[in-house]
Design a protein around this ligand. Structure first.
Ligand code: MP5
Length: 214
């Protein structure tokens, strides 16, 4: 069994809970309140902006064979920022004034701390889990896409073919990296997988309930 099969099997109920979050449910039905969506936009903009630093550290630390793929990831993130900026402009949102919520900050700190302190296996686990979570969430939304939805560019970005291939590449790499690892190392990677799923769930929760301190 590959590592990703093992992780999805072990944490199936958490994965399903994360993908069934009311935020995604309301995106699917088209009932998401615009203020709720905009709250997510503001926080995810920060998340993506800070994720570029995460890739910067990975680029500096890990083998040459990952250099080009990580450079492409950064280019992808830069493109995402332009989608956020265009949407925000249309809504009169000033993204430069946004302050990260504690959950957004904690997720970004988890990424950066992992980049600096953990090995390649654990960093690939975070990457794979976060990207797979977004791909599946937005793919499930795309099935119900109504013509003319203002959210189409976001949906296509994460549900589309290019992103699908990126997630498949991450999955393959992770499975190769973990193929011969002893059980105690896999157990640590399991924790990294679970923590990432928990942050993904909390991110939707934070956006849906507009959770912030005062
Ligand atoms: C992603 C994201 C997808 N934008 N935000 C969260 C909270 N999780 C995952 O990653 P990327 O790197 O923006 O494609």
């Amino acid at each position: 069994m590959s590592y990703t099969e093992r992780a999805h099997k072990k944490y199936e109920s958490r994965w399903t809970k994360m993908l069934s979050h009311p935020f995604i449910r309301d995106m699917r039905s088209g009932e998401i309140a615009v203020e709720t969506f905009n709250f997510w936009v503001m926080q995810d903009y920060i998340f993506v902006r800070e994720a570029i630093r995460f890739f910067g550290v990975l680029l500096a630390k890990f083998p040459r064979k990952y250099q080009q793929p990580f450079e492409q990831s950064i280019a992808g993130l830069e493109h995402e920022l332009t989608i956020f900026e265009k949407y925000a402009k249309g809504q009169g949102i000033n993204l430069s004034e946004v302050i990260p919520t504690p959950i957004c900050r904690a997720y970004n700190d988890f990424l950066l701390s992992s980049a600096y302190n953990e090995d390649i296996d654990n960093n690939f686990t975070i990457l794979y889990t976060a990207e797979k979570a977004y791909h599946e969430a937005w793919k499930s939304v795309r099935q119900y896409l109504k013509p003319g939805t203002p959210y189409e560019e976001f949906i296509e970005n994460w549900a589309g073919d290019a992103f699908k291939q990126y997630v498949e590449w991450l999955e393959n790499e992770l499975n190769q990296l973990t193929a011969d690892l002893p059980e105690h190392r896999l157990q640590k990677i399991d924790k990294t997988f679970l923590t990432t799923v928990q942050y993904e769930y909390l991110f939707w929760e934070m956006a849906y309930n507009k959770l912030q301190w005062m």
